[in-house]
Design a protein around this ligand. Structure first.
Ligand code: EPU
Length: 336
């Protein structure tokens, strides 16, 4: 089924809760609806959105917004080791994690409570606590709008990287992800290496699948704002990847600076730490602020922020970090 909304208020449809409207917004329940949508309802530009958890609207949206609402989770095959599933783009990501954990299937538990829809997961290769969506994705099915046909791309052709994929580059604006295929493991494979995860899991009684999910949920609830109460888009910036020599120089000056291995000769730094050290954690200016418990997250502090105000604030944060550390931090959020 297809539902068409005209001049749709986006305030409750975007996690930053900025007040903008969409000229036309089309939701579909079955992937096959896309043929009709493109033949009968779309005349000009279009864009796809999931839950708008990683988009900052700075203006009313002129292109048609397409919203997948296909919500099936199907088991397509299984053996002793693993289960292959096909998941509709409209499934809420955390509902999928709960579905997997309640069936004793491993692989995405560290990605518990990440806001957003399954269709958005491959686009920015969502990641947290030592796992990334790409670790489980086997194929991505999509509707190629120009050719009006469905295509399936194997994970090895998706150019997955840190918050990166082909869907942000060569396929941007050309395809609509309809289903994501994943392989989950029946064999326990706990990933406890990141930060405070192991301690939190121990407190719950050990590394069961359920305890890992609960531990990640409680860490996230402690650090990240509840979107229902405070508008935000999760990490506003990416963690910067810098040359090892630059990291070494900073480490001389700040020996406690968090840093992680990256590609050969490079090092990933924690943007949240850089913003925190620049003295901005909890800082509010007008309607926009830095979250007091995780400096990587910008918040709609009064509920009245506009997208442009958030951008001005973000530029101030980037400038302050650059002045103190000589490091440029890039936005992770999509600015529309
Ligand atoms: N830190 C500070 N002050 C802060 C925030 C962080 O000192 O205000 C330090 C922490 O103590 C830690 C380091 O910086 O040593 C990294 O912090 P954290 O573990 O909270 O993770 P992050 O690198 O800031 C990334 C993801 C998050 C994900 C966490 C956990 C990105 C852009 N963000 O944040 O993803 O939940 O790791 O894996 O990679 C998201 O994408 O929306 C998101 C929340």
């Amino acid at each position: 089924m297809i539902r068409i909304f005209n001049n749709e208020d986006l305030t409750l449809r975007n996690s930053f809760h900025v007040h903008q409207t969409a000229r036309q917004l089309i939701e579909f329940d079955a992937a096959e609806d896309l043929t009709e949508i493109f033949e009968q309802h779309i005349t000009g530009e279009w864009r796809v959105v999931g839950g708008c958890n990683n988009i900052l609207f700075t203006d009313d949206v002129e292109p048609t917004l397409i919203v997948p609402r296909n919500c099936n989770i199907e088991i397509i095959s299984e053996d002793e080791q693993s289960t292959d599933i096909r998941v509709g783009a409209g499934v809420e990501w955390d509902d999928l994690v709960e579905w997997a954990v309640s069936r004793s299937l491993w692989g995405i538990e560290n990605l518990s409570l990440i806001p957003g829809k399954v269709g958005a997961a491959p686009v920015q290769n969502i990641g947290a606590y030592g796992s990334e969506a790409k670790d489980c994705i086997t194929n991505v099915e999509m509707f190629a709008a120009e050719q009006r046909k469905f295509v399936t791309l194997a994970a090895e052709h998706c150019s997955f990287g840190y918050r990166e994929s082909v869907f942000k580059h060569a396929l941007k604006g050309r395809v609509i992800i309809t289903n994501v295929y994943m392989r989950l493991s029946k064999v326990p494979q706990p990933k406890l290496g990141y930060g405070d995860v192991v301690g939190e899991v121990e407190k719950l009684g050990g590394a069961t699948l359920r305890n890992i999910r609960e531990a990640i949920c409680s860490i996230r609830r402690r650090k990240l704002p509840d979107t229902a109460v405070t508008g935000n888009a999760g990490s506003f910036f990416k963690n910067p990847i810098v040359e090892q020599a630059i990291a070494d120089k900073l480490l001389n000056q700040y020996p406690d600076m968090p840093h992680y291995a990256a590609t050969e000769g490079h090092c990933k730094l924690a943007a949240g730490w850089l913003i925190d050290q620049a003295g901005l954690k909890g800082f509010v200016d007008g309607n926009v602020g830095v979250h007091p418990k995780q400096a990587l997250v910008l918040i709609n502090a009064t509920g009245k922020a506009t997208g442009c105000e958030v951008i001005r604030f973000a530029e101030m944060v980037q400038q302050r970090v650059f002045e103190k550390f000589g490091i440029s931090i890039e936005c992770e959020v999509n600015i529309w």
